[in-house]
Design a protein. Structure first.
Ligand code: ATP
Ligand code: ATP
Ligand code: MG
Ligand code: MG
Lengths: 269, 234
């Protein structure tokens, strides 16, 4: 057993967060999408967002991921040059950041894949975005990633429309992770898949997140998914975060009435 | 004799549950609990069912939140209050200092037994081959048939699952081990192995806080008892 630890482990909180959300709100006319959301996310952390339908999870995720500007608040991302407010960037610079440093896994794989190009093309395209031009190397990397998400590399030239829903979702994950993003956003990544396919995908995500040291924000309505994949949890209701903390704390010793209702509605998580 | 090192300092903690969806009823469990655990001790929490033993253990792990009080954990030589620590800091303390051995195994359905046991080693940077070797050794000691090692434990018997859980927790014992009824569904032979594993962990420097329903096990493990009835909330 090792008792000795690096002194730096004490200074864990002194490293800069990768993502800082401060008082993020988005309104649709009079309707609240999300309101007053504040949190920090550090490298390697997986943050879950749970809450009932309409509570603002997707709205928040889309703001964080650079897809929709918030009505109020700031989203600051740490790049090598220092922290940047992502919505102060030009559209073009923000898109570049999203392609290179971030990944977005959509609930519906059709939103994240190009259905008209091959599986290999879907994965390889992200490397070309990054400036890679060596065909042999791109194809080898694509083939490697298909294997990692358990798609037979022999299917590299097939189009995603010939794949099952679970395979499409795995292909989407390969497309997102091949460019080695530092931060990944996922909206219900296992929604719409049957339970055994979900289990497989969850295991895959867990291993990839650990091996690549990714930070991630994962929206899910499934508390079992949150338990398995996330370190921290935010519970949303009516657009606001009503409780947050370590995932096991929030699920095992929920403080808010609403969280107690959520956790008691499921048999075992 | 060198001076004692405090590993856990519990200072005036109380715990009550408020059940908001059951008329807001308040369930007080205990009030104003204070005690210390020094390095090398094996403190056993004692008292009747429902007195709050598991709740206290979960508080020490940062899993439950106290209603009042502080819980300092010796993390790499410094006392750190786990109650007020950020989630990120609590995770760091768990990764390096605190291990929790629960009665039940909770894992992703598809992961094989050997990988479940290897996982804490890999997370601490041990290389793959060494991790496999050490995981195999401890599974063998716990008499888990080798034909089960490549299978996911979802279909295992209660006792088999419990042994996987113990293997996972003791393959690289944490400096502070919190143990809740680890031998509940084990036969005598395997119970003995668990007692040995606890003794070995202590020899390697682990401090233990545990709950053991079995009198014989308790007698062999404990260096001191904490009577929970002394803290009963009225
Ligand atoms: N484009 C939009 N225009 C108007 N209102 C919207 C729009 N998108 C979302 N809303 C509203 O904002 C609120 C939050 O919606 P959001 O999609 O973020 O919820 P959610 O938590 O992701 O729900 P679900 O679990 O059902 O996906 C809802 O009241 C929704 O009707
Ligand atoms: N998450 C929770 N929410 C509400 N009440 C809880 C929770 N956890 C424990 N309790 C209550 O706290 C009290 C103490 O329970 P605890 O499990 O700590 O007892 P114990 O001493 O470990 O008992 P046993 O020996 O039966 O395991 C019980 O009344 C229990 O119902
Ligand atoms: Mg949504
Ligand atoms: Mg108990």
């Amino acid at each position: 057993m090792t008792i000795a630890q690096p002194a730096s482990s004490f200074d864990a909180d002194d490293t800069a967060p990768l993502l800082r959300a401060t008082d993020v709100s988005r309104f649709y006319g009079d309707r609240v999408g999300c309101a007053g959301v504040t949190f920090d996310l550090w490298p390697g952390e997986v943050l879950g967002v749970v809450g009932e339908s309409g509570s603002g999870k997707s709205t928040l995720l889309r703001c964080l991921a650079g897809l929709d500007p918030p009505t109020g608040g700031r989203i600051v991302f740490e790049v090598p040059a220092g922290p940047v407010d992502i919505y102060s960037l030009s559209e073009q610079d923000r898109r570049r950041l999203m392609r290179t440093a971030w990944g977005i896994v959509h609930q519906n794989p059709r939103d994240g894949l190009r259905m008209d190009i091959t599986a290999g093309g879907n994965v390889g395209e992200r490397l070309m975005d990054r400036g890679d031009r060596h065909y042999g190397r791109i194809r080898a990397a694509a083939s490697d990633w298909l294997g990692r998400v358990e798609i037979d590399p022999a299917r590299i030239d097939d189009r995603p429309r010939d794949f099952s829903g679970g395979m499409q979702q795995r292909l989407q994950i390969a497309r997102v992770l091949v460019s080695e993003p530092r931060l990944v956003f996922m909206d219900e990544p296992t929604g719409g898949l049957d339970v055994s396919v979900q289990a497989k995908l969850l295991d895959l995500l867990r291993v990839l997140v650990r091996d690549l040291g990714l930070a991630a924000v994962i929206v899910t309505h499934d508390l079992a998914v949150a338990r398995l994949l996330t370190d921290r949890l935010m519970v949303m209701k009516d657009g606001a975060v009503i409780e947050s903390g370590l995932t096991d704390q929030v699920l095992d010793d929920p403080q808010a009435a609403y969280t107690q209702l959520l956790t008691s509605a499921v048999l075992t998580v | 004799m060198s001076t004692m090192t405090t590993m856990i300092n519990v200072d005036g903690i109380s715990k009550a549950f408020t059940l908001h969806n059951q008329g807001g009823v308040r369930l007080p469990v205990f009030t104003d609990v204070s005690f210390k655990v020094e390095a090398g001790e094996a403190l056993v929490l004692a008292g009747p069912s429902g007195i709050g033993k598991s709740s206290l253990l979960r508080l020490l792990y940062g899993n439950y939140r106290p209603t009042a009080g502080r819980i300092e954990i010796n993390h790499s030589g410094r006392l750190l209050d786990i109650v007020s620590a950020t989630p990120r800091r609590v995770l760091e303390v768990r990764r390096r200092t605190l291990g929790f051995v629960s009665q039940f195994l909770r894992v992703i359905p598809r992961v094989s037994t050997i990988d479940i046991v290897r996982d804490p080693l890999l997370a601490r940077g041990v290389d793959g081959a060494t991790a496999t070797k050490r995981a195999s050794d401890i599974l063998a000691r716990l008499n888990l048939p080798e034909r089960l090692w490549q299978l996911a434990p979802a279909t295992f018997s209660g006792g088999e699952q419990q042994r996987v859980n113990i293997a996972r927790s003791f393959v690289e014992p944490a400096p502070i081990l919190l143990i809740d009824e680890p031998t509940a569904s084990l036969d005598t032979a395997n119970r003995d192995v668990v007692v040995e594993l606890i003794a070995e962990a202590r020899k390697q420097g682990s401090t233990i806080v545990g709950i053991f329903h079995d009198d014989a096990v308790r007698a062999r493990v404990a260096t001191r008892h904490l009577a929970m009835s002394d803290f009963k909330s009225s």
